[in-house]
Design a protein around this ligand. Sequence first.
Ligand code: ZN
Length: 212
Amino acid sequence: MNLFTKHAENLVKIFLHFLWPVNCPVCGKPSEIICPECARLLFAEKIINKKVENLEIFSASFYHTSINKLISDFKYSGFRALCRPLGRAMAEFFIKPKADYLLPVPLHLKSERNYNQALEISKGLSDVWNIEIFDGVEWSREMPRRAGLNFSERMNLSSNAFLVPKNIHGLNIAIIDDVCTTGMTLLRLSQACRYKGANVIGAYTLASVSEY
Ligand SMILES: [Zn+2]
């Protein structure tokens, strides 16, 4: 980027800030939703990698106080705009996967949220990795809200909980979600995709609950 473009871009940012002031929810400084530096500081020193059966799951952070607050902001307080910059910071943290498509975990049927946070995070990952998003999977039936599912109910979640289209066959897929709890949702989705002939290379999440 040349100096003039950089300068023009900064002027646009200043102008937008006057129109619609935004402060970073971490440090409070005026910024674009969240400063990239603050987003990076949320992440663990190295990638958190766990394996649930034959699915590799990579997470950028443990579920701790500061990330927990941001996740609840975009999940329960409608702060949708946080997801994409967090996705971009996540993309810089991980090594780019050899995937043809990013597959966000679908939003539960009848969810009260009017956006899918996993899809919004995928957009940020896609900006940096330059990998397209495949948003064609749905839950096959209404599931109780995750928070209401106990451990054994999650373990029983079956792979036919998802409707996966045939055109996923032969694609290399990376599954994306905000939080990995037991890893069961990610595992079942990966099984549903593999059953339809996709090659699931792993799952990527913003945070991981450490107990599992
Ligand atoms: Zn900040």
